[in-house]
Design a protein around this ligand. Structure first.
Ligand SMILES: Nc1ncnc2c1ncn2[C@@H]1O[C@H](CSCC[C@H]([NH3+])C(=O)O)[C@@H](O)[C@H]1O
Length: 375
């Protein structure tokens, strides 16, 4: 058996994992990996510990990216602070902290370092410089929050053993974590929301009464309010979350047509006569039977000819692709009692159980989520 590093090269060199001088089955040295092997590199003839070690330490990446965003490191580099000393001054941190963080981010590929000077990669310039219109750095406030990391990392065997979160976790009523979601995650959705709103505005008869279930930041309904003059949006979510959606509606100048329906989607009376009901990123928090029950309620509140659209991570039958939706089920396992990224067949079955004729699914590249149209 040949041992290889993360590039598939035979191992040699002075960096050791385990006791120096270990000689188990001829194993002497195992290089410390900084990159996972690709599936092609990870062949049976060259086993490597790289993927495991790298993944066990995934929390280190979470920490570095969160620190970098919180301290404005990417924005500082974009603004010309391109040495460790300049970064330290600009961010107001210890020079040692700035240098070690920046170097690690260079190792991870977020920035480049040459001749002691740092620069942004094209992706970091587009998405992590807070002055960029495509800035998404703020998503760390939700995705890397203590609430989310705690649910995942505190006792992972417990939620696996349990087949779902221990307790209601993220679906607990009025869970404040959703305020963090609403205040930070909109940039990841805005592009697809505009795309969907454009399609809806082009319908022969665009909707005038729209229900946005689990509106969060509100960007899906707000995009429709902007694209369809005269459309009235009714947004359902927890009261504290809706305050943020309302503020976003004010910023978008559509607040007069934006109505709040605070409470649980399962209990609240949201009225009837909707030309369009939106369910963006909501169904995956619950089991199929609960989703079917909610869809029955949705169907009963439609105006004649009313449409239902959902945005969802749809996973292949074998549960393995595309990568983001497939990984998403594990997030739901940790953070909800029974949610998952469903397959197209499961969405179709829950639609039929609710009285629809089925569902069509359109991918929305480059976004990882799909548009579901209930028939
Ligand atoms: N029972 C519930 N009733 C209404 N909203 C809920 C309920 N449970 C969770 N939520 C909300 O569901 C949302 C899930 S995140 C999705 C938000 C938004 N639609 C988007 O696509 O980005 C959060 O805003 C939660 O506050």
């Amino acid at each position: 058996m040949r041992l290889a590093d993360q590039h598939g090269r035979s191992l040699s060199g002075p960096v050791c994992l385990g006791r120096t001088g270990d000689n188990v089955s001829g194993r002497k040295l195992m290089s410390l990996p900084m990159r996972s092997p690709s599936p092609e590199e990870d062949s049976a003839s060259a086993p490597s510990p790289a993927l495991f070690v790298d993944t066990v330490m995934g929390y280190q990446r979470t920490a570095a990216t969160r620190a970098a965003v919180e301290l404005g490191l990417f924005t500082a580099i974009a603004a010309g602070a391109d040495t460790a000393a300049a970064l330290a001054t600009r961010m107001g941190v210890a020079p040692r902290g700035a240098e070690i963080l920046a170097d690690y981010l260079a190792v991870l590929g977020f920035i480049r370092k040459s001749g002691g000077r740092y620069s942004l990669t094209p992706s970091s310039a587009a998405f992590l410089d807070s002055r960029s219109p495509a800035y998404i750095g703020g998503i760390v406030d939700f995705l890397a929050s203590p609430e989310m990391t705690g649910l995942l990392v505190r006792d992972p065997a417990a939620f696996v053993r349990n087949g779902g979160s221990v307790g209601l976790a993220n679906i607990a009523p009025d869970n404040p974590v959703w305020v963090k979601f609403a205040s930070s995650m909109m940039p990841l959705m805005a592009g697809t929301a505009d795309e969907v709103a454009g399609r809806v505005a082009a319908w022969p008869k665009p909707p005038t009464k729209v229900l946005d279930i689990a509106a969060g930041h509100g960007c899906w309904g707000i995009a429709i309010a902007k694209a369809v003059p005269g459309a009235e949006i009714h947004a359902v979510d927890w009261r504290a979350v809706l305050q943020l959606a309302e503020r976003n509606a004010q910023k978008a100048d559509v607040a007069a047509r934006y109505h709040l329906v605070p409470g649980s989607a399962f209990d609240v009376d949201w009225g009837t006569g909707f030309d369009l009901v939106l369910l963006p990123h909501f169904l995956h928090h619950f089991d199929a039977e609960t989703c079917a029950g909610l869809l029955r309620k949705v169907r009963a509140s439609l105006a004649p000819g009313g449409q239902v659209l959902a945005i969802e991570n749809v996973v292949s039958e074998d549960g393995l692709s595309p990568p983001w939706p497939a990984a998403f089920s594990f997030l739901m396992l940790a953070t909800t009692p029974s949610g998952e990224a469903f397959t197209a067949a499961k969405y179709d079955a829950m639609a039929r159980a609710a009285g629809f004729a089925g569902v069509t699914i359109d991918e929305m590249p480059p976004a990882p989520h799909s548009l579901l149209t209930f028939l």
